[in-house]
Write a protein that binds this ligand. Structure first.
Ligand code: FAD
Length: 540
């Protein structure tokens, strides 16, 4: 792949393998552009593995009158659900109405109706208003004395990193060359007369070997999320419009400690709203929204973030009395928002914007995971124009993502039942079948094939399954380190940290064998994983 990248001239080179860059790679390659993508860390290692993992229209943006944004991302939900029905699952959201809360009964009813209309929600799925009694029947642990009822409306849940990786894999099917652990270090320019220059490529570093090489391209897109301004700075094109990074933290507790039957979006003291989202054997809670100017690669969770979220949960679910000891893991992400003078973190718009520099660098910033496809469409429309190519319209609304070849949504449940039947004799429960299908979709067939081979070779069922996943992610998804596997490929670091602690030595040993690592490299990766486990489960 590295040789290929160094020897071609691409129509389009994308910097950044988060959701934004991935979406652009798929849109461009499926419109026939010769496309490459470089990611300096692992795919999705930036913001795109650290979100609330909702494919949502952003109800609260309605309050800020961001009607166009709500309409666009609201409509996108159903499209992305269709393209990856195993990975983007519909999920009801409960919005409790609390005395003195953000939304009153009338405004909630009206707001949710407008939300449904803007997002084009089908009749059967449209919002329902619940009485206090009906609300408590659904969620008996809600605080009763201040509760006045609730709105119940449609949203979707996903795994952001897996979504990003499946979009990248689909782009690769359309001919894109996408590589992780490759950093764009500087732009290459060509003089075009009258003292003007134009970007004609990117100097790159292979971060695994430190070797440098160049990639030639007619057009370069900067989709570097929180790093967008670093690249604009290198390109000397930083303008008044610049990024404003805000940090958002999520905490994870065992489901038994916050036993919700559905996702809940609720008021917390201080006027903000947060989510509590049940997912298999855990419930996660988030998020915070605070200004940030620290290390972009490794934003950390602090005790004050955890205390803020715990206080919020305990005020609405007082009987659970969650303590910091209940928090089994956390993650922190950075929103790459566009600065607006005088506005606080929560007030900043989530709209995306495209900047074009004098030397031709196209930078895209802001936006939501949910809107990745439309952001890609706008970017590629512009790139086609700049390349003076015949405008072919985007086709991505019809391109099913890899693993998503189910046809109908009910087929996903049928397939889960089938997978459960196949593995239950080896001692697995329905959760495992659900996990496998939600993660890999139809590609679970390939994982199971390797699982049964592992059993034949005498592996114990649990290890045979984990090594089957490992095999799949090594050979089909460019996992390069144990952390890539435990975090971006399987979500275990956040949602099942115990299993990471249990299997870390065996997984590291597999990587050592696969990549023929020497002792020094093996120690480095061991320390990296141990640090990630520590940081996900400690805060100060
Ligand atoms: P990133 O995912 O950060 O990708 C940029 C990539 O560029 C990084 O991986 C980085 O390593 C790479 N890069 C940088 N510099 C270079 C270089 N020089 N060379 C090569 N690669 C480089 N949106 C939703 O729709 N739903 C939600 O529920 C939601 N919740 C959120 C909660 C939080 C706390 C946060 C922080 C965001 C949330 N968002 C949500 C927003 C969403 O996550 C982001 O809009 C989206 O993930 C941004 O993707 P991106 O590709 O632009 O950035």
């Amino acid at each position: 792949m590295l040789e290929q990248l160094g020897s071609h001239t691409y129509d389009l080179l994308i910097i950044g393998g988060g959701a934004t860059g991935a979406g652009i790679a798929l849109d461009a390659s499926s419109r026939g552009l010769k496309t490459a993508l470089v990611e300096k860390q692992d795919f999705a290692a930036g913001t795109s593995s650290r979100s609330t993992k909702l494919i949502h229209g952003g109800l609260r943006y309605l309050k800020q009158f961001e009607v166009t944004l709500v309409r666009e991302v609201g409509r996108e939900r159903a499209i992305v659900h269709r393209l990856a029905p195993h990975l983007v699952v519909s999920e009801k959201m409960l919005l409790p109405l609390i005395k003195g809360g953000t939304y009153g009964k009338m405004s909630t009813s009206l707001g949710l109706m407008v939300y449904d209309v803007l997002a084009g929600v089908e009749d059967a799925d449209q919002r329902v208003m619940l009485s206090k009694k009906e609300t408590l029947e659904r969620e008996p642990i809600l605080r009763e004395d201040t509760l006045e009822g609730a709105g119940l409306y449609a949203e979707y849940r996903t795994d952001d990193a897996r979504l990003t990786i499946e979009v990248i894999k689909t782009a690769v099917k359309y001919g894109a060359d996408c590589i992780n652990y490759t950093e764009g270090t500087d732009f290459m320019y060509e003089d075009i007369g009258e003292g003007k220059r134009k970007i004609v490529g990117l100097a790159c570093k292979d971060c695994l070997t430190n070797k440098t090489f160049q990639i030639k391209a007619m057009q370069v897109v900067n989709a570097a999320g929180p790093w967008v301004d670093e690249l604009r700075n290198k390109n000397q094109s930083l303008s008044e419009k610049r990024l404003h990074l805000t940090k958002g933290v999520h905490i994870v507790v065992p489901h038994a400690r916050l036993p919700l039957s559905q996702s809940v979006y609720f008021d917390v003291p201080g006027g903000r709203m947060i989510f509590a989202i049940p997912r298999g054997k855990i419930t996660y809670i988030g998020t915070t929204d605070t200004d940030y100017d620290g290390d972009k690669e490794n934003p950390l969770t602090h005790l004050e973030d955890v205390e803020y979220l715990l206080k919020g949960v305990n005020s609405v679910f007082p009987s659970v009395r969650l303590l910091s000891e209940d928090v089994v893991s956390t993650w922190a992400g950075l929103r790459p928002l566009i600065h607006e003078e005088g506005k606080s973190a929560s007030e900043l718009s989530r709209k995306d914007e495209i900047f074009v520099s004098a030397t031709g660098l196209v930078s895209i910033a802001g936006g939501k995971l949910t809107g990745y496809r439309k952001m890609a469409e706008r970017t590629v429309d512009l790139v086609m124009k700049k390349l003076q190519r015949r405008q072919r319209k985007t086709r991505t609304h019809t391109i099913v993502l890899s693993g998503g070849e189910f046809g109908t949504h009910t087929a996903v449940d049928d397939y889960k039942a089938e997978v459960f039947e196949t593995i239950k004799a080896q001692g697995f429960d329905a959760f495992e079948a659900d996990y496998l299908v939600s993660n890999y979709g139809k590609q679970t067939d390939e994982v199971l094939e390797s699982f049964f081979e592992g059993l034949e070779e005498g592996r114990a069922p649990q290890w045979a399954m984990l090594s089957a996943e490992l095999d799949f992610t090594l050979h089909r998804e460019m996992a390069h380190t144990p952390l890539d596997f435990f975090s971006r490929r399987t979500g275990r670091l956040y949602f099942d940290i115990q299993s990471v602690k249990q299997w870390q030595d065996q997984v590291l040993a597999e990587f050592i064998t696969q990549f023929n690592w020497d002792e020094e490299k093996a120690q480095k990766e061991r320390k990296r994983l141990e640090r990630a486990i520590y940081e996900a489960s400690h805060f100060s």
